[in-house]
Design a protein around this ligand. Structure first.
Ligand SMILES: Nc1ncnc2c1ncn2[C@@H]1O[C@H](COP(=O)(O)OP(=O)(O)OP(=O)(O)O)[C@@H](O)[C@H]1O
Ligand SMILES: [Mg+2]
Length: 240
């Protein structure tokens, strides 16, 4: 198997007295897709924010490709190829669709020109080509999610952190977004995804884990977890 690109060891994080993460350990290897599923409030977004260096750690450690998270600046991690698509999408509302894509492209130098990169993205999401001059803030929710995923593709990340990319999307847009994510996975990009759509997340992932009250309570190959009734039970907030 390939080398570990993301390593999270015994990680804890709190908001004042609220302990959102309690000793979480996980690894993502190069080319691997790992899904974290859990009920509302389980700590999924906190995990993503801690890994991307936004939420300070109160215990444990995490590293991306040998760079210690917590000591590195967020932009350093981004330049090294870790890209976070936050909950609620993180598009720049007052900028045009095309400008959003250009900024994402500029973060990481590649051998592809902007025109070529835009062409690849527009071929995958024709709706974004039609809307390229429109302000991102005026896109529909589903279109904004497409733009968030398009920003990830154009950035050519090595590790993609995705926080509920299906949130608020119709089944049709959800399928579009997950089709694009499967292509990113198949191109060899490592992905860590947290999702409310358990079946989509488990279809996409190689391995998966369940987060319950800030702790990993179950983990295994995604295919096995998809057949495990305890996954649904803990997702619904019941004790498995
Ligand atoms: N900024 C904050 N201040 C205080 N408490 C917070 C803050 N953000 C999250 N929390 C609390 O931390 C816990 C974990 O929240 P988090 O957002 O990580 O959950 P989640 O699994 O992403 O939930 P959801 O599925 O609803 O997005 C919750 O109890 C939440 O109320
Ligand atoms: Mg969340």
């Amino acid at each position: 198997m390939h080398k570990t690109i993301l390593s999270v060891r015994n990680l804890s994080a709190s908001y004042g007295p609220i302990r959102a993460l309690r000793g979480v350990s996980l690894e993502v290897r190069e080319g691997e897709t790992v899904a974290v599923v859990g009920a509302n409030g389980a700590g999924k977004t906190s995990l993503m924010r801690a890994i991307s260096g936004i939420l300070p750690l109160s215990g444990g450690s995490a590293s991306f490709d040998g760079i210690e998270i917590g000591k590195a600046r967020a932009h350093q991690l981004a330049r090294a190829g870790m890209l976070h698509v936050p909950e609620g999408r993180g598009t720049l509302q007052s900028m045009r669709v095309k400008e959003n894509l250009q900024l994402a492209w500029e973060i990481r130098p590649t051998d592809v020109t902007l025109e070529q990169a835009l062409e690849q993205v527009y071929a995958r999401f024709p709706r974004l080509r039609e809307r390229s001059e429109q302000l991102a803030g005026n896109l529909s929710g589903g279109e904004q999610q497409m733009l968030a995923v398009a920003r990830a593709i154009i950035n050519r990340p090595r590790l993609l952190l995705l926080d509920e990319p299906s949130m608020g999307l119709s089944p049709l847009f959800t399928n579009e977004v997950f089709k694009a994510l499967a292509e990113i996975r198949d191109a060899g990009v490592s992905i860590l995804i947290v999702e409310q759509n358990v079946s989509k997340a488990l279809q996409l992932a190689h391995r998966a884990m369940v987060l319950t009250h800030g702790e990993i309570t179950l983990e295994g190959p995604a295919r096995e977890l998809a057949a495990d009734a305890r996954v649904m039970a803990s997702y619904m907030g019941q004790e498995a």
